[in-house]
Design a protein around this ligand. Structure first.
Ligand SMILES: [Zn+2]
Ligand SMILES: [Zn+2]
Length: 262
């Protein structure tokens, strides 16, 4: 797989990985944050992307061996798929810290396929499996409690935000210094100017509540895993709440929209 990276801000690198039958039909990104104390990865893409991710980091002028932590948004394989490949290839002297929502950790540990729900009304079942677990020598897991995590906050200047709904333990991460919100699947750019929810969920009511909370937060940059990316700041004053009727395509897809970016 080819190297494919873009700097989306001064400190954040986006690496595009393949997903959906080894295609790029549903763009899926891994983000790398440059901090004074090392690199932090947000999600790891689907299986088979480990090498490409590490090569992309090097090609961008960064050193993969300085990766200190991996922040997982949730257990799904398009987010945890290359976790084992990355941690095992790095062979760090010091263990990597891997953060994941408390309710999602057992779902990753179980290594079993589960059913997701697709479409808010049809609720079509979709089987999905977690990514392979790294060996215990190369990684240690920190389950995040449902109200956030102090260790992560103090050590890395990152606030973990419990955003259940897409999965029970879905977590978004805010890098406070740069105002960068790594929203996972809790908030997505459905078009370059339209922010809403992906139609896959564990609990739609919670997913909407979590998305609403993030949409109203005072972040500067939004970095969702799937679909579109933006490079500019989108502070509260640039967000226009969605009102009025939805378009036909939007209705059929069961989209839930939060705001337009002006
Ligand atoms: Zn997911
Ligand atoms: Zn996903």
């Amino acid at each position: 797989m080819e190297i494919n990276f873009t700097w989306v801000s001064e400190t954040v690198l986006a690496i595009k990985t393949d997903f959906l039958f080894k295609t790029r039909l549903l763009p899926t990104h891994v983000f790398v944050l440059k901090t004074d104390t090392g690199l932090i990865l947000f999600d790891t893409g689907s299986p088979g992307n480990g090498d490409m991710i590490l090569k992309s980091i090097k090609a961008a002028g960064l050193e993969p061996k300085t990766i200190k932590a991996i922040c997982l948004s949730h257990w799904h394989s398009d987010h945890t798929g290359s976790l084992a490949e990355i941690t095992e290839r790095l062979c760090l002297d010091q263990n990597l810290d891997i953060f994941i929502g408390q309710a999602d950790l057992p779902l990753l540990m179980d290594q079993r396929s589960l059913l997701l729900r697709f479409h808010p009304f049809l609720k079509l079942p979709v089987p999905h499996s977690p990514g392979r677990l790294p060996n215990s020598l190369s990684a240690r897991f920190f389950p995040l409690n449902p109200t956030g995590c102090e260790i992560l906050h103090h050590k890395y200047s990152i606030k973990a935000i419990a955003t259940p709904g897409h999965t029970p333990g879905h977590t978004a991460y805010l890098h406070q210094k740069t105002g960068s919100l790594f929203s996972g699947c809790a908030l997505s750019l459905l078009t370059p100017n339209l922010v809403g929810l992906v139609p896959i969920f564990h609990n739609r009511t919670e997913q909407i509540r979590s998305g609403e909370y993030l949409a109203g937060m005072n972040f500067r940059y939004l970095f969702p895993v799937h679909m579109f990316l933006r490079f500019d700041e989108i502070p509260l004053e640039r967000r226009r709440p969605i009102s009025g009727k939805k378009g036909l395509v939007s209705k059929l897809m069961g989209d839930h929209l939060f705001f337009h970016i002006s």
